[in-house]
Design a protein around this ligand. Structure first.
Ligand code: SF4
Length: 340
């Protein structure tokens, strides 16, 4: 038995390894991508070497749109499974590959299609709003998808007297409920293990230690509520606190006058922020906030994907058609931004 077999047995999520991201690797990746007529897309939370080799980097929705507009017949989606599924929903005629299909998402896994159907049965007539971090099956049961940029606009577009079921993220749900003041918004208690680990006390401590720094906070973070509270209490100037999707963080990085910024989201985001504004000192609120699923897309996994045409992502055509309708409604309302 090889050492890799042992590792896989000990940890079912052990990533593919043993390949260094050197110049020969980069040449081979580019050659194979050309041979397969593939476009390489990388999410902002990917390893820096994967972001660097990709044709495009971005947030989940921006990448799905690029995938749909691309002339390439194959999409290699370096991200987590629900993102590759969303690309397939929007590009049903293209081959969509993810370098490691085990790369899941604890937030997307916090509600299943069956659980959502049972929740809907308890609230007949309610409108279902789901964050994009959901499986195709959950999207198919959803009326309108949303991103963190347009979640408030999506909920505000629903008549006041209709109940709203919001899933799966409790922190984004709490943010939307606070902003809209809507009592008939029911929030599913799901969370991302990475974002939930970025907590309020840690943020307060870091903010106090760096009084000159801006705070860039993703609304899925456990600390989003604390950040607004700190601002309300005057502990942190309100202008310093910016609740932003990952795409909006890059825009804010190019516009801010701050010389240092504390960032509360997955640490992979720092790579793009530092590239966007090299003169700014970007620091993580919690440098342990790293998503193990995102980091499963290793140089070895990408090489294997291109060599073997694996792992292919498929979505049942009926599920895809219903899921597509909820994603299309999301795109029509407000400024959808890019979600995670
Ligand atoms: S950081 Fe959280 S929400 Fe994002 S992919 Fe990882 S587990 Fe999912």
């Amino acid at each position: 038995m090889s050492r890799l077999d042992t590792a896989v047995q000990a940890d079912p999520l052990a990533p593919y390894g043993g390949v260094e991201a050197d110049a020969a690797w980069a040449d081979e990746v580019r050659r194979l991508a050309k041979e397969r007529d593939a476009v390489l897309l990388a999410h902002n939370y990917q390893l820096p070497e994967i972001q660097e080799i990709a044709d495009h980097t971005g947030d989940s929705l921006a990448l799905s749109r690029i995938a749909a507009a691309s002339e390439a017949s194959t999409i290699v989606f370096c991200g987590v499974h629900f993102m590759a599924e969303t690309a397939k929903i929007l590009s049903p005629d293209k081959t969509v590959l993810i370098p490691d299909a085990r790369a899941g998402c604890s937030l997307a896994d916090s509600i299943t299609g069956e659980q959502l159907r049972a929740w809907k049965a308890e609230h007949p007539g309610a409108v279902v709003v789901s964050y994009v971090n959901t499986t195709a099956e959950v999207k198919a049961e959803t009326d309108i998808c949303c991103t963190s940029s347009n979640a408030v606009d999506v909920v505000a577009s629903i008549p006041e007297d209709r109940d709203v079921l919001f899933c799966p993220d409790q922190f984004l749900g709490a943010h939307v409920k606070r902003v809209t003041g809507r009592e008939n918004l029911h929030v599913w208690v799901g969370e991302c293990h990475v974002h939930a680990g970025i907590n309020g006390p840690e943020l307060a401590e870091r903010a106090a230690a760096s009084p000159e720094a801006d705070l860039f906070i993703h609304p899925e973070c456990g600390c989003a509520t604390s950040a607004l509270y700190l601002a309300g209490e005057g502990a942190v100037e309100a202008e310093r606190v910016k609740i932003l999707s990952t795409g909006d963080m890059l825009t804010a990085a190019r516009q801010t006058r701050a010389t240092s910024v504390l960032v509360a989201t997955e640490v992979g985001m720092l790579h793009q922020l530092r590239k966007a504004a090299p003169e700014i000192d970007f620091r993580a609120v919690n440098d342990r906030a790293s998503c193990r699923y995102m980091k499963m897309i290793t140089p070895a996994a990408l090489l294997r994907s291109l060599r073997e045409g694996a792992d292919e992502v498929d979505v049942d055509p009926d599920v895809a058609a219903r899921a597509r309708a909820s994603v299309q409604r999301m795109i029509e309302i407000g400024k959808p931004g890019g979600g995670e």
